[in-house]
Design a protein around this ligand. Structure first.
Ligand SMILES: CC(C)(COP(=O)(O)OP(=O)(O)OC[C@H]1O[C@@H](n2cnc3c(N)ncnc32)[C@H](O)[C@@H]1OP(=O)(O)O)[C@@H](O)C(=O)NCCC(=O)NCCS
Length: 168
């Protein structure tokens, strides 16, 4: 299985929204709390693909409209002093397909895409209180800092945000 850059996300709107909802309901740490309203998730999914169409966000996908297993996005820095870098966003693998190497594959494809775009540095943030910081450390990323209680999942659920960097 190969992860491919998506230049035109035609046909992916519903599959991507379905994937994101499934990942959130399974407890995935991708921008929402597990009980977030489905319409909000679908709305942000649609806006994300609009950003891809506008060329402001790069999308990498595993599978296509019929069998979308996972996605990841790159958001290039906007401005002269940050144009060498991008932020990795919304890495997600379908809950039924996690733990089989697909996350590693997608992240490697994001790194390849970043290099192809001429970028030299990647950043990402990961939700504290999950296995994600250990996952990124395991894959060779450097943890450079942590914003305490920067994420609020609910009235009494505050999480640290862990920041990672990878020089390409
Ligand atoms: C995070 C996620 C993308 C990982 O994808 P995955 O397909 O389940 O992970 P993989 O099977 O590719 O794992 C890759 C490696 O990381 C390791 N790993 C996985 N979780 C780990 C953890 N908590 N701590 C340390 N290593 C971990 C695996 O053992 C594997 O190691 P190996 O390749 O050396 O054998 C996936 O679990 C997911 O979609 N989660 C929900 C969405 C989410 O929270 N995304 C994070 C956005 S920051």
């Amino acid at each position: 299985m190969t992860a491919r850059p998506v230049l035109d996300p035609a046909g992916l709107d519903t599959p991507f929204a379905d994937l994101w909802v499934a990942v959130i309901r399974a407890g995935g740490a991708v921008g929402f709390a597990p009980d977030a309203p489905e319409a909000e998730i679908r709305g942000l999914a649609a806006r994300s693909l609009d950003e891809v169409r506008a060329g402001r966000l790069h999308m990498i996908a595993l599978g296509g409209p019929e069998d979308l297993d996972g996605v990841v996005f790159l958001q290039p820095g906007g401005g002269p002093v940050v144009e060498h870098r991008a932020t990795v966003l919304r890495l997600m693998v379908h809950p039924e397909r996690q733990g089989r190497g697909l996350g590693r594959l997608l992240l490697a494809a994001a790194v390849d895409r970043a290099r192809a775009l001429g970028l030299t540095q990647l950043l990402l943030s990961a939700r504290g209180g999950t296995g994600l910081p250990a996952f990124y450390r395991h894959l060779g990323w450097t943890e450079v800092g942590r914003f305490p209680r920067a994420l609020r999942l609910g009235p009494a659920d505050w999480r640290d945000e862990h920041w990672f960097q990878l020089d390409l």
